[in-house]
Design a protein around this ligand. Structure first.
Ligand code: PLP
Ligand code: COI
Length: 362
């Protein structure tokens, strides 16, 4: 059955003046728009009861399975306001498909791509007034699926909720696009071989939080995780993919080895790189070689990328075992910033969209 996600008949909205006040400095993930999309799934009936309601509490009992066994998946995408006032999504079909892959891995029901897109379009259209007008701001969209069966046996739930919320955001990091310092974890792993690394599921983030605390305690703002077996190969950050630029113009990122989230920003940058004369390369990369490359001047820029972070220059890597700090030649990452600007220009409609990635909402 096709889901409609019909808007409520009498929606109520936050006054525009209050939204404008929030959008002066929305931060990240602190404010939420007036409505949310919802649908229920039951193993007998499939997806039903699709609706858009006022943003509010979810119907959940303390025995709800997600609270105990973390059976859940989520997505993150953004809506961008163009100069003419129109509102656009960036590759939402890719998020829809990744949510499906994540759901399969977490033994959750798969939401059809078209239903996902309908929910996002209708919700963003309804709460369009929440999409910020300022540069570097957007409406963050957080779709998620959670197990909601009141049952403590360990098996995949027979009742599930799909929900999508949105909220205005600015830069993910407090300093904006200032270079961030990264803690290289050679002790903790966030995912394991055969585990859930390619799924966007809450557990991967829960398991990253202690390392993140250690990073904060050491003056760093994210963790770069290495492979869980030997802690020798670079994988990704707690909430972003990792790339580096060589002096020969190679844009290098680790291959999707089964433990790395297939980032949509990562994929987009690999496709955009040739437009800036860079060569995209996916290759396994030892952390020791990253350190040597930085020291020798062969690796000149380090980058973190993701929907929330866009592209953020990595100003330094600090090794958790040796406490040595490695700073690339160009911590401000000018080439990375050029890539960032190209991506943002496409997302905000300032240049032609060479790959047909953007999709208009209103
Ligand atoms: N890796 C992790 C662990 C993430 O949480 C994210 C953010 O979604 C990414 C990478 C980047 O993915 P995307 O570019 O699709 O946002
Ligand atoms: C995103 O970039 O959308 C993320 O999900 C990363 C983080 C905020 C969880």
């Amino acid at each position: 059955m096709t889901l409609r996600f019909a808007p409520p008949t009498n929606p109520t909205f936050t006054p525009d003046a209050r939204i404008a006040e929030i959008n002066i400095d929305p931060g990240f993930g602190q404010f939420f728009s007036d409505h949310m999309a919802l649908a229920d799934w039951n193993s007998e009936t499939g997806w039903t009861n699709d609706r858009i309601t006022a943003y509010g509490l979810l119907p959940m009992e303390p025995a709800g399975a997600v609270l105990h066994y973390a059976q859940e998946v989520f997505e993150g995408l953004k809506a961008y306001r163009h100069a003419d006032g129109s509102v656009w999504l960036f590759r939402p079909d890719a998020n829809a498909r990744r949510l499906q892959e994540s759901s399969r891995r977490m033994a959750l029901p798969v939401l059809p791509v078209d239903d996902f897109l309908t929910s996002v379009h209708n919700l963003v259209a309804l709460d369009e007034r929440w999409v910020p007008h300022a540069a570097e701001q957007s409406l963050y969209i957080r779709p998620f699926i959670i197990a909601n069966e009141s049952f403590l046996g360990v098996r995949s739930a027979h009742d599930v909720i799909y929900c999508c919320i949105t909220g205005p955001v600015g830069a993910y990091f407090k300093g904006g696009v200032q270079p961030v310092d990264i803690w290289v974890s050679r002790q903790y792993s966030r995912v394991a071989n055969g585990g859930t690394g390619t799924a966007k599921c809450g557990g991967n983030y829960a398991s990253s939080l202690l390392a993140q605390e250690v990073a904060y305690a050491n003056g760093c703002s994210q963790v770069l995780f290495t492979d869980n077996a030997e802690h020798e190969f670079v994988e990704e950050l707690g909430g972003m993919n990792f790339l580096l630029l060589t002096k020969d113009g190679e844009l290098v990122t680790p291959p999707l080895n089964g433990n790395i989230l297939p980032g949509i920003t990562r994929d987009s940058l690999l496709k955009l790189a040739p437009l800036l004369g860079l060569t995209p390369v996916e290759r396994p990369t030892r952390i020791a070689d990253v350190y040597d490359g930085i020291t020798a001047g062969d690796i000149v820029e380090l980058l973190a990328c993701g929907t929330a972070a866009v592209i953020t220059p990595v100003g330094s890597l600090r090794d958790s075992e040796t406490n040595t700090v490695y700073r690339p030649l160009r911590p401000e990452a000018p080439q990375g910033i050029a890539l960032r600007n190209l991506l943002l220009d496409i997302q905000y409609g300032r240049v032609a969209d060479p790959f047909g990635w953007t999709e208009r909402v209103v």
